[in-house]
Each structure stands twice: as structure tokens, then as C-alpha cells.
Design a binder for this molecule. Structure first.
Ligand code: IPM
Ligand code: MG
Length: 372
């Protein structure tokens, strides 16, 4: 019998469709408590526009402390048109960026997997994407997102100048490269590092440091380098050439959206953002669906809850070493797709279009079958 305390989980539903998809995640957490005796102490908090409206800031210090104390954070989405014109420090996105930075979540894992049942949902030809399984590892706490100096200034002649700084240090590059090599070691052993070393010093350093980590620590993984623009092109030309792609914060933002769309819908894709493990092996972690707030369909019971549930599965796998339970969720999602149910984002002729809640219920139903 284990005397360990319950794991602490903080749910931050956020804005737009975040609360709707997180409600389905909560149902699966309750299912796990009932059927797998996995009990989490679940707390809920505000982030993004929701926090801004309630407290005047997109993330309060109190919520940040709760996030730091939690064993894992599950986040819905942030942002919406009603907050678009705010100053940068107030924007909902700032709440998410502050969480990433303060929790030092430097490694962002974004798998792009094409489920067999959805191979026709991609805008690319089915044979180009069928069976696709790539992992983008995006550096998440550095680069142009956080580099100083930054700002908009007025010059003496009255013109304005916007400045951001792309900056990386060797330890920042090395630690995210290690994550990529370690993941590749459990996959197809291929890492492609993407940068713009032909035009940027930070890119040249990126290439050198990734190569060094490879040569010194992971010689059994195959490493290639690609300019980020070529990588973007190769992703639509022949995506199956990739296994793990490691890249910086901005290129990772762009390439991961592109990779996501290869799968047919952002509504299917989870992500994990991980920090460095401490001496007890405890690792700060935040899990979120890639789809964002989708304000156009918010509140309509239309959103696809799959990405949120698959993010929960990633949490079970990476934060709690519960691969079996993670597999259960992934299998349940696949079975529901195979059974022909589709939310609007992945709807195809001949399939049954269902709401967020019906999709969630169907996934729970599959879990019941799998456990029974
Ligand atoms: C993402 C999003 C965020 C980013 C926004 C919401 C700040 O696009 O997670 O990819 O740019 O990192
Ligand atoms: Mg993005």
C-alpha cells in the first residue's frame, strides 16, 4: 500500500473553448479516480482573459504560486478578440508566457500524429500523411519571445521603431537538444535541427551546440541540420522523412502549427511543456491542447475535446509515469474516431457530427469498455 500523498493537479481552463474542453478532461480524471484508483487533488484557477476580467492581470501571483506547487498543470487556452487591443503586459497570452517563463518550461513537445481514421481529413494527399508520427521539440523560454531589448520606441525624427531580440546561450540550446535526443532514442532515432544559420548568429550557435551535444552524448542518434524555411517546405513535401525536429521558440511556433495541420485538425493535438527535473525527479510541467481559444466556436458545444484529453494522456505519461492509463485514453479516442463520430473540425461526408459533450461521453464509453 502506498502512503504517498495525492498528486496535485492545477486546471486552468482559460478562455474561449478552454472551459468546454477542460470540462471533458475533468470527466476523464473522475473516471480514472473511479476505475483506476488514481486520485488527484484537483484545483482550478484562472488564466488569460478570464483572469484579466476577474483580477486585472492575465495571471495572478497566487495562481502562479499554485502552478509552481502543483505536480502538473493542465491548461485550456488563452485569448480572444475582446482583449486584442490591450497593451502587451495585459494581453491574455502574457499569462501563458509568464507561466512558461517562471516555471522554466523550456522544452515544448508537440507531437503531430495522423490517426488512420483521419488520414482523409488532411489537406495533403492521404499517402503523404498516412501513418505520420513526428515530434516537434520547441524551445519555449528563450529566443525572440523573451529577448531584451524589446519594445516600440519613438525616434527623434518622429518615426517609430519596433525591436525584439533573438538571443540564445549555449546552455539554453544544449538542454533542449538533450530532450530531443532522449526522445528520439525511444523513437526512430532521427533528430533534425532547424535554424537559420545562414543569416543569424544565434542560428549558427544553435547548429554548433546541437552538433556538440550529439557528438558527445548521443552519437547513436542520427542528426541532420536544416534551414528553417527548407524545413517548412519539407514538412509539406515529405513529412514522413522526420522523426524528431528540434528548433527555437519562434520557428517552433510556426513549424508546429504547420505540422499540426498535416494531421487534418488542430483539434486533435496535445502538447507538453517540461522543465528540468529536480534532485527528487520532480519536473515542472504544463499540458495544453495546441488548438488555442477558437473564439468563433466558443460556448457552442462544438469544440473537439480530443486534444485536451490527449494532453491529459501526455500528463499521465510524462509527469506520473502512468503509460498504461495514457494508452487507455489514446485508444479510447482512436476507437471513437474509428466508430465514425466526428466533431465539426474533423467532419467528413458519411460520418456522424457530434458536439463536444457527446464526443466526451463517447470517449468515456470506450474507456468503460476497455476497462470492463
Ligand atoms: C502557441 C501559441 C502561443 C505562442 C501564443 C498563444 C502566445 O501560439 O502556444 O503556439 O505563440 O507561443
Ligand atoms: Mg502557436
Amino acid at each position: 500500500m502506498s502512503l504517498r500523498k495525492n498528486k496535485k493537479l492545477l486546471i486552468l481552463p482559460g478562455d474561449g473553448i478552454g472551459p468546454e474542453v477542460m470540462a471533458e478532461a475533468r470527466r476523464v480524471i473522475e473516471w480514472m479516480a473511479k476505475h483506476r484508483s488514481l486520485t488527484f487533488d484537483v484545483a482550478e484557477g484562472l488564466v488569460g482573459g478570464a483572469s484579466l476580467d476577474a483580477h486585472g492581470a492575465p495571471l495572478t501571483d497566487a495562481t502562479l504560486s499554485e502552478a509552481m506547487a502543483a505536480d502538473a498543470v493542465l491548461l485550456g487556452a488563452v485569448g480572444g478578440p475582446q482583449w486584442d487591443d490591450l497593451a502587451f503586459e495585459k494581453k491574455p497570452e502574457r499569462g501563458l508566457l509568464r507561466l512558461r517563463k517562471e516555471m522554466d518550461l523550456f522544452a515544448n513537445l508537440r507531437p503531430a500524429v495522423v490517426f488512420d481514421a483521419l488520414a482523409d481529413a488532411s489537406t495533403l494527399k492521404p499517402d503523404v500523411v498516412k501513418g505520420l508520427d513526428i515530434m516537434i521539440v520547441r524551445e519555449l523560454t528563450g529566443g525572440v519571445y523573451f529577448g531584451e531589448p524589446r519594445g516600440i520606441e519613438e525616434l527623434p525624427d518622429g518615426t517609430r521603431r519596433g525591436v525584439n531580440t533573438q538571443v540564445y546561450t549555449s546552455p539554453e540550446i544544449q538542454r533542449v537538444a538533450r530532450v530531443a535526443f532522449e526522445l528520439a532514442g525511444k523513437r526512430r532515432r532521427l533528430v533534425c535541427s532547424a535554424e537559420k544559420s545562414n543569416v543569424m548568429e544565434s542560428g549558427a550557435l544553435w547548429r554548433e551546440e546541437v552538433q556538440k551535444v550529439h557528438d558527445e552524448e548521443f552519437p547513436d542518434v542520427e542528426l541532420s541540420h536544416m534551414y528553417a524555411d527548407n524545413c517548412a517546405m519539407q514538412l509539406v513535401r515529405n513529412p514522413k522523412q522526420f522523426d524528431v525536429i528540434v528548433t527555437d521558440n519562434l520557428f517552433g511556433d510556426i513549424l508546429s502549427d504547420e505540422a499540426a495541420m498535416l494531421t487534418g485538425s488542430l483539434g486533435m493535438l496535445p502538447s507538453a511543456s517540461l522543465g528540468m527535473a529536480d534532485s527528487q525527479g520532480r519536473r515542472p510541467a504544463l499540458y495544453e491542447p495546441v488548438h488555442g481559444a477558437a473564439p468563433d466556436i466558443a460556448g457552442k458545444d462544438m469544440a473537439n475535446p480530443s486534444a485536451a484529453l490527449l494532453s491529459l494522456a501526455m500528463m499521465l505519461r510524462y509527469s506520473f509515469d502512468l503509460g498504461g492509463e495514457a494508452d487507455l485514453i489514446e485508444t479510447a479516442v482512436k476507437s471513437v474516431l474509428n466508430g465514425g463520430l466526428r466533431t465539426a473540425d474533423i467532419m467528413e461526408p458519411g460520418k456522424a457530427r457530434v458536439s463536444t459533450t457527446v464526443m466526451g461521453e463517447a470517449i468515456i464509453g470506450e474507456l468503460d469498455k476497455l476497462a470492463g
